[in-house]
Design a binder for this molecule. Sequence first.
Ligand code: HEM
Ligand code: HEM
Length: 179
Amino acid sequence: AALYADGDAARGLPACVSCHGAAGNSTITVNPKLAGQHESYLYKQLVNFTTPERNQPVMTTFATMLSDAEKKDIAAYLAAQASKPGAAKNKDTVEIGKRIYRGGIAEKSIPACASCHGASGTGIPVQYPRLAGQHQDYTGAQLTLFRAGGRHNSPQMTTIANRMSDDEIKAVSDYIAGL
Ligand code: HEM
Ligand code: HEM
């Protein structure tokens, strides 16, 4: 928790709080909220950032600087924080997003997101992350990365994202922000 809030100047490690917000409730929409995310998922991502599975310049640098014990500590700290709710912003597409989230798109063989991420978006530990309340910009960016091949740590999500159009990604990401 100290490392999350303060970083470690001696090692050149910035404070996580500067991007991910107080207690993991990021207010910058390109930086994910981490509060209330499952511990196992958070730890897995910090490990994945250190390999080509999830290469992202900023997080790859910082995750590489964290020891295994520090990754575990930070994951446990963040999982115990309360997640602040978000809101869907586009009432024209929120119904489309809801349909995709709850029922998938049968003609494109896209399964319901709810089947893995839960009806209310809280995910299913150990494997399936919480999505509820996440920033639309971040969720949309990750779906695009899975589709474009920039994030290769989930064959399931790669298959699903490859079947989605930009408009479908936007709609479902906005709906998820309000879950
Ligand atoms: C993503 C943790 C510092 C920017 C993530 C994720 C974790 C994390 C677990 C993945 C979240 C998910 O998959 O839902 C941390 C920790 C930090 C830290 C423990 C401190 C040691 C920072 C800082 C910045 C930053 C200082 C900004 C300069 C980002 C961004 C992403 C991200 C942009 C999304 C990456 C992507 O597009 O794949 N961080 N973070 N983080 N973090 Fe951090
Ligand atoms: C991760 C969205 C359906 C399994 C994710 C993430 C997003 C997402 C945005 C990344 C979360 C983050 O970075 O914090 C969706 C949407 C779906 C959908 C919009 C419906 C269109 C599914 C289904 C499954 C699934 C049906 C199971 C068959 C997973 C898994 C991860 C994940 C295992 C974690 C990958 C990892 O370890 O990095 N999903 N998902 N998702 N999703 Fe989905």
